[in-house]
Design a protein around this ligand. Structure first.
Ligand SMILES: NC(=O)c1ccc[n+]([C@@H]2O[C@H](COP(=O)([O-])OP(=O)(O)OC[C@H]3O[C@@H](n4cnc5c(N)ncnc54)[C@H](OP(=O)(O)O)[C@@H]3O)[C@@H](O)[C@H]2O)c1
Length: 143
């Protein structure tokens, strides 16, 4: 799940829904906002899911807390080989939030990391990502 800004909201619902249905598959969320102190939406719920083990990983990117901006796609890149291993094992990749810039940058990063860690050329990686979308394993709700 990649849900910066307001895009995190549906993923809080996803996690609750999966918990209620007894789903035991792994869950990983990338969240980004400007400042950790004031903009970490749903922090308590997310940290509770992390503490209980329902959420396996929570990677955050607070863009105004440091001199050099960091965004969710930077975190994706940092953890590219692990992210690739999840995708290779069948993970679904969901993105919610800003359509104007974030969604395109995350899409580009996804293609790059599939190519790099999957050992594919650009065209093969693009076909892999398009197949994920056709199989409803790559779903976006962006606005
Ligand atoms: N929040 C509102 O009140 C509001 C109202 C109307 C419409 N919208 C629209 O709704 C969409 C979502 O807004 P939002 O409030 O959820 O948050 P957002 O504007 O998407 O910002 C959330 C985080 O994403 C970062 N970000 C900026 N560019 C990015 C990129 N290219 N890739 C990855 N992350 C990036 C922002 O960093 P920086 O800001 O530091 O660059 C911030 O840390 C936007 O299109 C926004 O214009 C928002």
């Amino acid at each position: 799940m990649v849900g910066p800004g307001t895009g995190v909201a549906p993923f809080v619902g996803f996690l609750e829904d999966r918990l209620a249905r007894g789903r035991t598959g792994r869950n990983w969320l990338f969240f980004g906002e400007q400042r950790e102190a004031t903009d970490f939406h749903h922090r308590e719920e997310l940290e509770a899911h992390l503490a209980s083990g329902h959420l396996d990983r929570l990677d955050t990117a607070f863009s105004h807390d440091r001199r050099n901006k960091v965004y969710v796609q930077d975190r994706m890149r940092e953890h590219g080989s692990v992210l690739w291993s999840w995708l290779r094992d069948g993970a679904h990749f969901h993105v919610c939030g800003d359509a104007a810039r974030m969604a395109a940058d995350v899409d580009r990063t996804l293609r790059e990391l599939v190519a790099r860690h999957g050992g594919m050329g650009d065209e093969e990686a693009a076909a892999y990502v398009e197949r994920m979308a056709a199989d409803r394993r790559y779903v976006r709700d962006v606005y």
